[in-house]
Ligand binder design. Structure first.
Ligand code: FES
Length: 132
């Protein structure tokens, strides 16, 4: 396991998201209303939608493509949908830095990017399609 500093918690709005790229893998970071930061693979288990562009509700995110609900703590899709995404241990230190643990080497590149451009607006439900 390796710990990676992927940015500052202040860069993520409550119920918003950011993307961290660690070892070439996109990780979606979500901040809950209590300030907790949760991290999951940024790829929906259904058809690969960017979960970072989904709407956060409680400790789950709704995929922006077909509205599957993914639990951000377990990575599991809510029934009747099936599948899961990888979850990562994440924490915020006393300085407000966000750290994510991965299986990647410590020298792997890390970067924090806006989920949508340079904005820090909360995730939006716009652009949804109907469920299949
Ligand atoms: S790609 Fe996420 S619900 Fe279809």
């Amino acid at each position: 396991m390796s710990r990676h500093r992927v940015g500052q918690a202040g860069q993520i709005d409550a119920l918003g998201s950011r993307i961290a790229v660690v070892g070439g893998e996109e990780i979606a970071l979500f901040k809950l209303t209590d300030g907790e930061v949760l991290a999951v693979e940024n790829r929906c288990p259904h058809k690969g939608g960017k979960l970072s562009e989904g709407m956060v509700c409680g400790s789950a995110v709704h995929c922006p493509l077909h509205d599957w609900k993914i639990d951000l703590r377990t990575g599991q899709a809510q029934a009747p949908d099936e599948g899961s995404v990888r979850t990562y241990a994440a924490d915020v230190d006393a300085d407000g830095s966000v750290w994510v643990e991965t299986a990647e080497r410590p020298d792997a590149a890390s970067a924090l990017e806006a989920a949508r451009g340079a904005g820090t607006a909360p995730a939006s439900a716009s652009g949804r399609e109907g469920r299949p």
